[in-house]
Every structure is written in structure tokens, then in C-alpha cells.
Design a protein around this ligand. Structure first.
Ligand code: NAP
Length: 285
């Protein structure tokens, strides 16, 4: 069996059509969703991410502004900028690009972002609401993972999902969202015993470990949905997922490629969150 490819690019393009339509409707009512991105320092990968976010904003008709700050910016200066953005009526979403330089405490900055403008979904109140099942702005990559699974046409309810990786930004929220969809979820991490055995029981396998090509066909139940969140830069300069694509696709029913799988979904879900935040702040449906 060779797996069907789940194209994150295609799904992302479809979602963007809907977002652009809603933004056009809002424009008729004089509303333009606004996203502020803050970048501290000159980390090359972060610069690429920020440029892509800016490009997406422009393509979709959002107001976009990028605050590029010197690497020596103090925590106090950064917090002052966040406070200013919190108070601005033309800004609906605030994203502080991580990682921050070592002298700045990331938690202090995330906690300072207004809950209603936390379009990354990392604020403890949004995380807490996710845990208890209340309305919240969902973290972008995990929300994108769920969207990709749904696009296979599979009903998640009652399926056994195995999530490999338990980070706060990917593994944990993915497992919560899968539970919300009524999957039975097993979490694996670096101390899990018999991981391949557990993984082979998965109808849905989500991998987010940061180890290039780690998961091969021996971890995959025949016909399973395999979502590869990994993005690892190889010495050759090529991008590789956490899943050994060529091997795993021989067993899986559906699989995401890297690049072109989860990656394109992350920015699209950020745009979707900014649109949601813009509507909520104005009491619009
Ligand atoms: P992370 O914070 O480093 O967490 C990695 C997790 O994987 C940890 O829970 C760790 O277990 C677990 N792990 C590591 N090695 C393992 C092994 N051999 N077996 C089982 N579990 C193992 O990483 P992350 O931030 O979640 O990111 C994971 C990957 O996703 C990275 O490649 C990252 O670049 C990618 N990513 C992609 C996007 C996107 O937009 N596509 C967004 C975010 C992240 P312990 O907890 O026991 O240490």
C-alpha cells in the first residue's frame, strides 16, 4: 500500500480563500484585521518566518506591521511595546517571534500579551481554556494538524491517536485537541517504553520530536493517518520531517510530506486566529 498525500499547501490554499472572503466582507463594514509581529534580534530562521507572516497578511488584506528590534533590547522595552500594542484598537493579534534572546524571559512576555490578542495561543489563559474545553484562541500548529486530519474525511471520534512528543507548543495541545474530537489518545515521549509497539496501534499518528527521519514504517499501522510536524534542517541544507517519508508511506493510508504538510498550515491558522480575534473584539459573528 502507498499512502495518499495530504497536501498542507492545498488545504491551506482552500482555507485562505475563505479567510480572504471574510476579510473582504469586514472591509465593507470598515474593519481591517491587524496583526503585529515583534522580532527581537537577527535569528535567520525567525527572519524568514516573520517575512512569511508579513507576506500572508498582505496577500489576505490584513493590516500588518513588523517591529524589528535590536538584539540588545531589554525585557522592559519589549514589555512596553507589548503594552502599547495591547492598547491599540487597530491591532487584533500580537505575535512575539520565539525564541527570544537569553536575557529576556519568554514567559514574562507571553503572559503580558492580552488574552484576546494572543493569536499564537500560548498565553496561560488560552492554554487553560483549551484544557477545560472553553472557547480560546488555539495554538496554530496543533490547530493545523487537526484540520489536516479532518481533510482526509476520517471521523476522528473513537479512533486511537498516538502523539509522539509532549512539548507545550505541539505535542500537548495536539493531544488535547484530539481528545476534544473524541479520539482515545496515547502520549509518547523520550522515556516511553515500547514506543514502536504503541505507535503501531495508532489509527492516527502525530509525530513532533525534532529528530530527522526517526519514525519509519515499523512504527506505522497499515492504513494509518501519519502527520509529520517535524522540521529539521539537514547538513545538506534540505528540510526533513521526523518521519522517514519513503519508508512510512509504504504502510500509511495518508501521510503529510515535509515540506508542504504541516508547515503551510501554521501561518494559515495564525491568519485565521487573527480574523477570529478581530471579529470577537468587535462582537461580530
Ligand atoms: P521539543 O520542544 O524539542 O519537544 C520534543 C518532544 O519530543 C519532547 O517531548 C521529547 O520528549 C520528545 N522526544 C525527543 N526525542 C524523542 C524520541 N527519540 N522518542 C520519543 N520522544 C522523543 O520540540 P517541538 O517544539 O515540539 O518541535 C518538534 C518538531 O516539530 C521540531 O522538528 C520542530 O521544528 C517542529 N515544529 C514544526 C512546526 C511547524 O510549523 N511545522 C511548528 C513547531 C515545531 P521529552 O519531553 O521526554 O524530552
Amino acid at each position: 500500500m502507498t499512502a495518499a498525500i495530504i497536501s498542507g499547501k492545498q488545504v491551506s490554499d482552500d482555507i485562505r480563500i475563505g479567510i480572504a472572503r471574510e476579510v473582504a466582507d469586514l472591509a465593507e463594514r470598515g474593519v481591517k484585521p491587524g496583526l503585529a509581529v515583534v522580532l527581537v534580534g537577527e535569528d535567520p530562521a525567525s527572519q524568514v518566518y516573520v517575512r512569511n507572516k508579513e507576506k500572508s497578511c498582505i496577500e489576505l488584506g490584513f493590516h500588518s506591521e513588523v517591529h524589528r528590534l535590536d538584539v540588545a533590547t531589554t525585557q522592559q522595552e519589549l514589555l512596553a511595546l507589548v503594552a502599547d500594542l495591547n492598547g491599540r484598537s487597530d491591532i487584533d493579534g500580537i505575535l512575539v517571534q520565539l525564541p527570544l534572546p537569553k536575557h529576556i524571559e519568554e514567559k514574562a512576555v507571553i503572559d503580558a500579551i492580552s488574552v484576546e490578542k494572543d493569536v499564537d495561543g500560548f498565553h496561560p489563559v488560552n492554554v487553560g481554556n483549551l484544557v477545560i474545553g472553553d472557547d480560546s484562541l488555539l495554538p496554530c500548529t496543533p490547530a493545523g494538524v487537526i484540520e489536516l486530519i479532518k481533510r482526509t474525511g476520517t471521523d476522528i471520534s473513537g479512533k486511537h491517536a498516538v502523539v509522539i512528543g509532549r512539548s507545550n507548543i505541539v505535542g500537548k495541545p495536539v493531544s488535547l485537541l484530539l481528545q476534544r474530537e473524541n479520539a482515545t489518545v496515547t502520549m509518547c515521549h523520550s522515556r516511553t517504553a515500547n514506543m514502536a509497539e504503541l505507535s503501531r496501534q495508532a489509527d492516527i499518528l502525530v509525530v513532533a520530536i525534532g529528530r530527522a527521519n526517526f519514525i519509519d514504517a515499523s512504527y506505522v499501522k497499515p492504513g494509518a493517518i501519519v502527520i509529520d510536524v517535524g522540521m529539521n534542517r539537514l547538513d545538506t541544507g534540505k528540510l526533513a520531517g521526523d518521519v522517514d517519508y519513503e519508508s512510512a508511506r509504504q504502510a500509511a493510508g495518508f501521510i503529510t510530506p515535509v515540506p508542504g504538510g504541516v508547515g503551510p498550515m501554521t501561518i494559515t491558522m495564525l491568519m485565521s486566529n487573527t480574523l477570529i480575534a478581530a471579529k470577537r473584539r468587535r462582537g461580530l459573528k
